[in-house]
Design a protein around this ligand. Sequence first.
Ligand SMILES: Cc1ncc(COP(=O)(O)O)c(C=O)c1O
Length: 388
Amino acid sequence: MPLSQVLPPEPLLLMGAGPVPIPHAVAQANGVVINHLGETMGKVIENVKSMAQYTFQTQSPFVLGVAGPSSAAMEMAMTNLLWPGRKALILENGTFSNRLGQMAHGVGASITRIISKEPSPININEVEEALKKENFDVVTLVQGETSCGVYNANLREIAALCKSYGALVVVDAVCTLTTMPLKMDDWQLDVVITGGQKGLSSIPGVSLIAFSEESWRTIEKRGKTGPHWCYSALRAQEFWVKHNYHYTAPVPGILAMYEALRLICEETLEARFDRHKKSSLALQAGIEGMGLRLYVPKEYRLNSVVSIDLPPGVDGYSMRKYMNEKFKVEIADAFGHNIVRIGQMGEQCRSHNLFRTLHAMGMGFIHVGYGVDLAAGMAAMEDLLVKD
Ligand SMILES: Cc1ncc(COP(=O)(O)O)c(C=O)c1O
């Protein structure tokens, strides 16, 4: 059966928590295969790295691509910096920050967790108490916890604190990179991880990771003794620095990443942050304007993924199904919370996508019997979108 008969006649507008819509140039690049070790690929790799350095805001030469989802890049960080006898402090506010802990445990490190009650950010005082009691080799945290929509706005302060205690800081910026400021070098972050399918508006399955000079020294000291081949950072360096064989690289995905990064560099980070902020705040105003409640308080609400409370008795599944079928718009449910989530990453932050999504959601709520003031919501959103 041809794929065209499996896919819906009209693609859904992807307004969930990722993957997100991709620009045409990214889609085109994803259809090209070239020799992964040829001279042309060498140029591609060098350009991808320098554009990635800009997005991570780092001068570090240790920027690598990973063939795999963001979780593979998370795994690369954990397996290269942790092993039996090493200690990690895991700062958790949801599914993905918890995943870093599971990975650290999986590679045999001893772990201590600080778990914030959802939805709330990491409390820096609790981090300091833990650091005073014990020496940790690594501290992990997310910039934005997609699963519930919490933003750790104190990332910079937490990183500075952890560095003052001698720990390496690993940051999951999977849903936040290029949607809001992150300055790897200025903020003393040792490892930053991101995926393709969110803020970068590339395809899923090819990710990026950047290591600081300090974290790289730890990796070099250990050598190639770790259990992994694909996730060995030293082996990956063969391809990403020396252009030699490590494994057959995911060529189309790297070319897609190239175009995604090029578009980011052309837009500039500052303009991109502004576009994301303006779009997300307008969406939030629209949601509240129609009479719905946002799940996370404003002070630590993540702009990249907006969580909306489902009022008691509202069937979120039927509401989202109606949005899919009637309006061809998809938003996300959540990891066990009574919320739905709308993504505000990359191409999702375009006003035509916002209007279509907010309208479809309002109609969805009305369809399942929950009265919202759709016109007021649309007006509130428009009001902020047209403001300079
Ligand atoms: C903050 C965060 N970290 C990690 C991941 C895992 O990404 P992937 O599914 O690409 O492995 C996600 C995916 O939603 C995420 O939002």
